[in-house]
Design a protein. Structure first.
Ligand SMILES: Nc1ncnc2c1ncn2[C@@H]1O[C@H](COP(=O)(O)OP(=O)(O)OP(=O)(O)O)[C@@H](O)[C@H]1O
Ligand SMILES: [Mg+2]
Length: 305
């Protein structure tokens, strides 16, 4: 699906490479987490994958293969084709990502205007279907609303609808829940998991919050200063971090959350007959308990909201 090979990106106005040799693979239908401190190169990596690097402002090397097409060096026409058909992108701030003067429905279907020759009516149907897929109540009404008429959670759902309206096989999610409060955050994570399971969409989920990633992603890569310092199954990384930086990230998660997460991982492993060591697929599913712990005020130490 996605293969990043030895990606380097250096902005001309910076001394240090923003991305300094990153390689990873995202398999079909998988959700991979990418975590790391601010400035570690997560967004630049995502931009490279989406073909959104400001090429004139940087030098870049390596390969970013999306279904075999190298997005890093692709010509404009190919870039647009892949962007319109294969990749959907969701960013952190739903409010600033939307045009306040344009109705939500029109924004959701914008990608179809650019990349397809569907009729206006067909586009509208597709947009309403996407708004339905993200489980917005009364999608027809939402279609006709302006962004300021929606709550933050509804807006983020609309942004996800805009990202999936072209039925992409890969979603790049750059801190999609960071600006949301914890309850809404949990709902969006649940929705993403559903979209992954129901539509088989592969996802790269970027966050600086390892605890959020633990709930959604089977595998995680940890970035620091432009490189991946650790990569593996999320539960392995969460419970047995090897790299000092990952250990530091885990230390920032309150102990109470870690204990409950550990118990839920073990319980799930018991229920499925797997050991806690290998039962991580389901263990990452044990969100309910941790959510409650987090809602009780646990999370915040890592600077997330
Ligand atoms: N357009 C740009 N021009 C110059 N430098 C940039 C540009 N975009 C990013 N950078 C630099 O590249 C480095 C990596 O930035 P990036 O946005 O990928 O970090 P990040 O891991 O996404 O951080 P955050 O968690 O804050 O979003 C940073 O040093 C940043 O200042
Ligand atoms: Mg970023």
């Amino acid at each position: 699906m996605l293969e990043v090979r030895d990606l380097h990106v250096k902005f001309h106005n910076r001394d240090r490479e923003a991305v300094a040799g990153v390689s990873f693979t995202l398999r079909d239908g998988e959700i991979l987490g990418l975590v790391g401190e601010s400035g570690s190169g997560k967004s630049v990596t995502a931009m490279s994958i989406a073909g959104l690097l400001p090429r004139k402002k940087c030098s870049y090397q390596g390969e970013v293969l999306v279904d075999g097409e190298d997005m890093l060096h692709a010509k404009r026409a190919l870039l647009r084709k892949v962007q319109g058909n294969k990749i959907g992108v969701v960013f952190q701030e739903p409010m600033s990502a939307m045009d306040p003067l344009m109705k939500v429905g029109k924004q959701v279907e914008e990608v179809l205007v650019i990349h397809t020759d569907l009729s206006a009516e067909e586009r509208k149907q597709r947009a309403i279907q996407a708004l339905t897929d993200v489980e917005l109540p009364d999608p027809e009404a939402v279609y006709d609303k302006y962004p300021h008429e929606l709550s933050g959670g509804m807006l983020q759902r609309s942004m996800i609808a805009a990202a999936i309206v072209s039925r992409p096989s890969l979603l790049l999610l750059d801190e999609p829940t960071t600006a949301l409060d914890v309850t809404i955050q949990a709902q969006i994570l649940k929705l993403l998991k559903k979209l992954n399971q129901k539509h088989g969409i592969s996802m790269l989920f970027i966050s600086h919050n390892l605890n959020v990633v633990r709930k959604l992603c089977k595998r995680v890569a940890v970035m620091q200063r432009g490189v991946i310092v650790e990569e593996g199954l999320t539960n392995d990384v969460f419970f047995r971090p090897q790299h000092p930086y990952t250990q530091h990230l885990i230390e920032c998660i309150p102990t109470r959350v870690k204990v409950i997460a550990r118990r839920s991982a073990e319980e799930t492993a018991d229920n499925t007959g797997k050991s806690a060591e290998t039962g991580r697929v389901d263990a990452t599913d044990g969100t309910g308990v941790v959510d409650r712990a987090v809602q009780a005020g646990g999370e915040r130490h890592d600077g997330s909201r």
